[in-house]
Design a protein around this ligand. Structure first.
Ligand code: LLP
Length: 418
C-alpha cells in the first residue's frame, strides 16, 4: 500500500498534486511519500516486534539524509557499505550503535573512520579484511566488533547481477571455511567476535531461500557454540522484493512469521538490512515529454516518446532490463500506443521502457515512473554532463525539497585546467 493515488484522473502524492510539484520544482524530479516510508518501515519492524531485533536500513537503496533521518526517528539503524554512506548516516543523525558495515572491499581509511565512529558491527567478508581490521584496531588501541558474513550457497532465484549468496558470487566466506576463521579471530587481541551475518540477494519474491539460508546459519551457530564461541547477533541481510509489475513478493508480516518460526530456540539479537522493501514503492520519478517521433522501418514503424529523464537518472531498466510501470500524471482518454520511452542520452541502451502500451502523449505531458524509490536516485550519475535531479519529500499537504537540482556549475566542481 502506498500514497500515490489518482483523484479524478490526476496523480497525487498524499495530498499534493504531482503536477504541482513538477511545475514548481521542474522535471525530472524524484518524489517520495513520507507516509509511505513510515508505513513501510513500521510494517517491517512490527513484523519482528516479538523478538529482539534491529532494523538497519540499507543506505545504498536511497541515501538522502532526510530519508535516513526519518528512519532513525522511527528507531531504525543503517546498513552501510562505504565511508561515504557512514558519513551520510552520521550526518543524518543515525545512532552509531545502530550502524553495521557490510561490503567486500573496505579500505584501511574506511575501517579507521568506522572504528573512530564507534559503530555496532563490521560484517567481515575475508581473512585479509580481518587481518587489516586487527591492524587498524591495534593502532588505535581498541577492539573491533566483528560479525563474519557467511556465504551459504543458496539460490535466491533473482536477477544474476543481484544474487549474492551463491558460492560463485564474490560475497562472504564459504561456510566450510568459516569455523577456522572464527577460531582464529577469537585469538586476536583487537577483534571482538560478536555475530554472524548473511545476505543472499535482492528482489526475492520467495520465502524459501531466506529460510534455507537461515537454516544453514543456525547449524553453523550451533557448531560455533560447540567450539565455545557464543555470538550475540545474527544478521539476516535484506532482500525482500516488491511489486513492480505482477510480482507477488511475501508481505513483511508473512516473511516475519516464517523467520520467527525458524528462529525458535535461538538466543540472539536479529539484525535485518532491508532496502528496497522500505523505499521502492515510496518514490516515483516524474519526467516531461519532450518529443514524440516515429521511425519507419522495413517491417514496421517504431514509435518513440523522448522524455527529459534518462538512464543516468534511473539506470535500472538499462542495467537489469528492469520493469517500471509508467503512467501519465493526468489520465487521458487517448488510445493506447506501443512505444519505447527513451531519454536524451546518446546510447541505444538509454530507455525507461520498451514496447510499452501507453495512452498517446504529446510534448509537455508529464509521466510518472513508478516504484523508483529504491536504487533510483542513489544510482544516478552525471553521464552526458546531466545535472542530477531534485528530490522532494511530501508530507501530507506539504512538500520539501530534500535535494536541490544540481546546477551547471556543480558539474565541473573540483575540476581544473592545469
Ligand atoms: N545488505 C546488503 C549487504 C546488500 O548487499 C543489499 C543489497 C542489501 C542489504 C539491501 O537489499 P534489498 O533489501 O534492497 O534487496 N541495484 C540493484 C539492487 C542491488 C542490491 C545490492 N545489495 C537494483 O536496482 O535492483
Amino acid at each position: 500500500m502506498n500514497h500515490f493515488i489518482s483523484k479524478d484522473g490526476e496523480l497525487f502524492c498524499e495530498q499534493v498534486a504531482v503536477a504541482e510539484i513538477a511545475c514548481q520544482v521542474g522535471t525530472p524530479v524524484y518524489i517520495y511519500s513520507k507516509a509511505t516510508l513510515t508505513r513501510h518501515f513500521q510494517a517491517f519492524d512490527e513484523a519482528f516486534a516479538s523478538i529482539r531485533h534491529l532494523t538497519c536500513f540499507a543506505v545504498k537503496a536511497c541515501s538522502n539524509i532526510a530519508i535516513l533521518n526519518l528512519f532513525a526517528g522511527l528507531g531504525g539503524g543503517s546498513d552501510i557499505v562505504s565511508g561515504g554512506e557512514l558519513y551520510r548516516a552520521l550526518r543524518a543523525g543515525v545512532d552509531p550503535r545502530r550502524i553495521i558495515y557490510s561490503g567486500v572491499g573496505k579500505t584501511e581509511a574506511e575501517l579507521r573512520y568506522a572504528l573512530e565512529s564507534n559503530i555496532l558491527l563490521f560484517n567481515v567478508e575475508s581473512a585479509q579484511e580481518l587481518e587489516r581490521l586487527q591492524q587498524v584496531a591495534r593502532s588505535m588501541g581498541v577492539a573491533a566488533p566483528v560479525s563474519f558474513r557467511i556465504n551459504p550457497d543458496v539460490d535466491p532465484h533473482t536477477h544474476a547481477y543481484i544474487s549474492t549468496g551463491l558460492a560463485k558470487n564474490k560475497f562472504g566466506i564459504p561456510i566450510a571455511e568459516a569455523l577456522a576463521l572464527y577460531i582464529q579471530a577469537e585469538g586476536m587481541e583487537h577483534i571482538a567476535v560478536q555475530g554472524v551475518s548473511c545476505h543472499i540477494g535482492s528482489q526475492l519474491t520467495l520465502i524459501a531461500p531466506f529460510i534455507e539460508a537461515l537454516y544453514k546459519l543456525k547449524l553453523f551457530v550451533k557448531k560455533l557454540a560447540d567450539s565455545g564461541i557464543v555470538i550475540q547477533y545474527i544478521d539476516l541481510g535484506g532482500g525482500v522484493g516488491i511489486t513492480y509489475n505482477d510480482e507477488q513478493p511475501p508481505h513483511p508480516q508473512e516473511y516475519g512469521e516464517a523467520i520467527i518460526k525458524e528462529l525458535q530456540g535461538v538466543d540472539a539479537t536479529i539484525i535485518f538490512e532491508p532496502g528496497r522493501v522500505l523505499v521502492g514503492n515510496a518514490g516515483i520519478l516524474v519526467t516531461e515529454v519532450q518529443y514524440t517521433k516515429t521511425n519507419q522501418g522495413l517491417e514496421a514503424a517504431k514509435k518513440f516518446v523522448v522524455v527529459d529523464a534518462a538512464m543516468n537518472d534511473l539506470t535500472r531498466p538499462s542495467l537489469y532490463g528492469a520493469y517500471h510501470a509508467i503512467a501519465p500524471v493526468r489520465a487521458t482518454a487517448a488510445a493506447l500506443e506501443v512505444v519505447d520511452i527513451v531519454g536524451p542520452i546518446c546510447e541505444t541502451g538509454d530507455f525507461l521502457a520498451k514496447d510499452r502500451a501507453l495512452p498517446a502523449v504529446a510534448q509537455g505531458d508529464l509521466l510518472a515512473v513508478m516504484s523508483a524509490g529504491a536504487y533510483g536516485f542513489s544510482m544516478s550519475s552525471n553521464y552526458n554532463s546531466r545535472p542530477r535531479v531534485a528530490e522532494v519529500l511530501v508530507d501530507g499537504n506539504q512538500y520539501h525539497i530534500i535535494r536541490q537540482r544540481e546546477s551547471l556549475a556543480d558539474l565541473i566542481n573540483g575540476e581544473q585546467i592545469p
